[in-house]
Design a protein. Structure first.
Length: 348
């Protein structure tokens, strides 16, 4: 079950088994669409579904989910909620990424021509640190009314993240890597991050390297996103920048995100939204989760099935123009899914 790059995948009798974590909000209905598309498309992947009770005061469900991913190597997930009032129960999404050492989150944002959006022809890859920085969850109230929160940046994680960004740029024919930071204020932590990226760039003379401060970056993204190619950044900036870019090209319902470590791969919608307010209304855009499932198929080596899903999504959005309300359309989630299936079954 070992892939050349070291990432694991379970395979029994020609079929892959992957872990499915539906999570909260619109997660379960989106997973239902993924399963329907896989079934109708004859895609040889079985799902091991693990439900995580948001209200639970222990992490037994989460531990089981993590064990399942360790066994299968691959997971598709919705956003997991943590409603426990016990402050010792941390965000389960964060714990899962940390336990599996999924040190990088990658979002490839490409705009779709026939969707109403702020900008056309955007094509940016965000490479985000996924396990440390502001997400260290080391907070305490040492003195009443004074809360401290630790931001952790390590040379080890910054180095492997920077290497990942430059390798990705090289292997995808990208011209430029931009490091995003706030090293003018956080001189030590973001300073280390920036210096590590700059040092890594010396190994890649064919790829241009520059850097930008996060606040200017947000302004530049909104006014001229075309200047960006590959962007690399610490965890919290990555969260914000990912959401800004997704917003530029059509919102939370379109783009998928990939989480990788040395051993495991987890696929999900890029903005990691829960979508509680629209759950159960048949209005959620199913595309982001279907794109995540296509990324997963690519990772598993099912290139043809991946291609078919992406092609059917493209035809549904661009030619048939079947759009859910988030894209100013009137279609139901199920209309989009049925149209995608209609295409997939005709491809030979
Ligand atoms: P978070 O979980 O970070 O709070 P939300 O669930 O509030 O994020 O999502 C942000 C916004 O994006 C909400 O308005 C939500 O309805 C919308 N949204 C998220 N996912 C989708 C989707 N798949 N289709 C349509 N709208 C979505
Ligand atoms: Mg919300």
């Amino acid at each position: 079950a070992q892939r050349p790059n070291g990432l694991l995948r379970a395979r029994y009798g020609g079929r892959n088994v992957v872990t499915m974590l539906p999570g909260a909000g619109i997660g379960p209905e989106l997973m239902g669409y993924v399963k329907e598309v896989f079934l109708k498309g004859g895609i040889p992947v079985d799902f091991e579904t693990v439900q995580i009770d948001p209200k639970s005061d222990n992490n037994d469900d989460l531990k089981y989910a993590i064990m399942s991913i360790r066994r299968n190597g691959v997971c598709i997930k919705g956003n997991i909620e943590t409603q426990s009032l016990d402050s010792a129960i941390f965000s389960r999404n964060v714990v899962l990424r940390n336990e599996l050492d999924l040190f990088v989150n990658i979002i490839n944002v490409q705009s779709c021509n026939n969707i109403s959006s702020r900008h056309k022809n955007v094509n940016v890859i965000v490479v985000r640190q996924n396990t440390e920085g502001e997400y260290a969850m080391l907070e305490h109230e040492g003195v009443k009314g004074v809360v401290e929160s630790m931001k952790v940046i390590t040379k080890t994680n910054s180095t492997r993240l920077a290497r990942y960004a430059f390798e990705l740029a090289k292997n995808n024919g990208r011209a430029k890597v931009t490091a995003i930071h706030k090293a003018n204020i956080m001189k030590l932590s973001d300073g280390l991050f920036l210096e590590t990226c700059r040092n890594m760039s010396l190994n890649y003379p064919d790829i241009k390297f520059d850097d930008m401060i996060i606040d200017n970056c947000c302004m530049q993204l909104v006014s001229n996103p075309h200047q960006f190619d590959v962007m690399v950044m610490p965890n919290l900036y990555g969260s914000i920048v990912s959401n800004v870019i997704c917003g530029l090209v059509g919102g939370a319902g379109l783009i998928s995100g990939k989480n990788y470590g040395d051993h495991y791969a987890v696929f999900e919608p890029a903005t990691r939204s829960t979508g509680s307010s629209i759950a159960g209304t048949n209005t959620a855009n199913p595309i982001a989760m279907l794109n995540a499932s296509a990324d997963m198929l690519e990772h598993l080596g099912h290139k043809m099935h991946c291609y078919k899903i992406r092609k059917a999504i493209c035809e549904t959005l661009n030619e048939n123009k079947i759009h859910t309300p988030d894209l100013n359309g009137t279609a139901k989630s199920s209309d989009v899914v049925q149209n995608i299936i209609k295409h997939i079954v005709t491809y030979t």
